[in-house]
Design a protein around this ligand. Structure first.
Ligand SMILES: O=P(O)(O)OC[C@H]1O[C@H](O[C@H]2O[C@H](CO)[C@@H](O)[C@H](O)[C@H]2O)[C@H](O)[C@@H](O)[C@@H]1O
Length: 369
């Protein structure tokens, strides 16, 4: 790494280069401009100094995702009117799913809606303590209503059992560990008539390794105040939401140093969380495809999948829908973000409202028959 530049990687390994701005610390938030560089060049650069570069890349990525939004190529705050323009142009490209409700309902005519829901930041608001990310009773009722009419899956980075305890609803598909651990309803339901009880685990062989890494991380993070390691069975989350920003470098250092001993594991980033997962080609997008297939909708035109999520890992599912030209991705975000989703919703309460409207619309259309 040169004195002036630091490589920045994001969750998907998309990389840019942070160019040092005179008189600003290399790692100070807002102290760098983001310029994308060709991937080939980046790989060459990573190869020259892999370990140090990677640690610094992650420190940068953590800091870059800290402000409410990253504005490529802009280090100063935009004037308010420019921010409004930016938001208006973003919302024109990703309109609210509530505003577009009629269009969504119309598109579903003659098709089976299949609902995919992320958990944190989508069904439950983001809170400091991951063990207390509860879902409201109203949201539970809305999800229950939706699942009555449409096959519904919870697709999450969490451990499957844990999210099942939060959601507390039978009759749903639960895809935990970023879709690496999928279980369908065990009882016979309208959408699961043959009662096959889908069960799919994509990364069984990684269990002992993940367990080992999780224990190492717990040990290492013990001395960092606010750091929290969450074992999500097939992946591990290292939370830094409650860590003082001056210690984020230490978190990244520990994580990358442990990970350097496990070439079969990779690192991605979510909302104030570093996620360690197997290098296998499996993600929320693959989980979506797997579930559609399990439900008998592989290569079918009679289905309208709707995926609602707030995080970078949900982009894999949005991309699959975009590529298929089928269904809709809905991003939950209050601020403009680069996304492959078609529509947006601002926060979990709007997700609840959208689900509730879908239930009412379905009930009305059934009455009208
Ligand atoms: O796929 P998801 O369901 O969105 O899971 C992704 C991670 O979500 C959780 O962390 C996030 O929510 C926490 C509770 O609100 C918050 O404290 C944390 O900062 C967020 O990153 C979960 O705890 C992680 O294990 C998941 O990987």
């Amino acid at each position: 790494m040169t004195n002036h530049n630091a490589l920045i990687s994001d969750a998907k390994g998309s990389i840019g280069v942070a160019v040092r701005v005179p008189n600003q610390s290399l790692f100070s938030p807002g102290g760098s401009r983001y310029i994308s560089i060709p991937r080939k060049k980046l790989v060459q650069k990573l190869e020259t100094d892999p370990s140090q570069t990677r640690t610094h890349s992650w420190i940068e990525a953590m800091r870059a995702s800290s402000p409410t939004r990253i504005r490529p190529g802009n280090i100063s705050s935009l004037p308010e009117s420019d921010e409004e323009d930016e938001y208006s142009s973003w919302i024109a490209q990703h309109p609210s799913a509530l505003t577009m409700f009629e269009e969504i309902a119309e598109a579903s005519k003659g098709k089976q809606i299949v609902m995919f829901l992320d958990y944190d930041g989508t069904l439950s608001p983001i809170v400091e303590n991951p063990d207390r990310a509860y879902m409201s009773d109203e949201m539970r009722e809305a999800v229950k209503g939706v699942a009555r009419y449409f096959p519904t899956a919870i697709v999450t980075g969490r451990c499957r059992d844990k999210v099942r305890r939060f959601v507390k609803l039978p009759g749903l598909y639960y895809a935990g560990s970023h879709g690496m651990d999928i279980k369908g309803p065990s009882k016979k339901t309208k959408h699961n008539k043959n009662n096959k009880g889908v069960l799919f685990q994509a990364a069984n062989e990684f269990l002992p390794m993940i367990d080992q890494v999780s224990k190492c991380l717990v040990e290492k993070m013990r001395d960092i105040e606010g750091a929290n390691v969450e074992n999500n069975k097939f992946c591990v989350s290292v939370h830094y939401r409650c860590v003082d920003q001056k210690d984020w470098g230490l978190v990244a250092e520990h994580v990358t140093s442990i990970l350097s001993e496990y070439p079969k594991l990779r690192l991605t980033q979510g909302r104030k969380v570093l996620e360690i997962r197997p290098t296998i080609k499996w993600d929320k997008g693959k989980a979506l495809e797997f579930l559609l297939e399990s439900l008998g909708f592989a290569n079918s035109n009679d289905v309208l999948p709707i995926y609602i999520g707030d995080d970078r890992t949900d982009e894999d599912a949005f991309k699959v829908l975009k590529k298929k030209g089928q269904g809709f991705g809905i991003l939950v975000s209050k601020v403009p973000k680069e996304t492959s989703a078609t529509y947006s919703l601002q926060e979990p309460s709007e997700v609840g409202e959208f689900l509730q409207r879908l239930v009412e619309w379905k009930q009305m259309s059934l009455r009208g028959r």
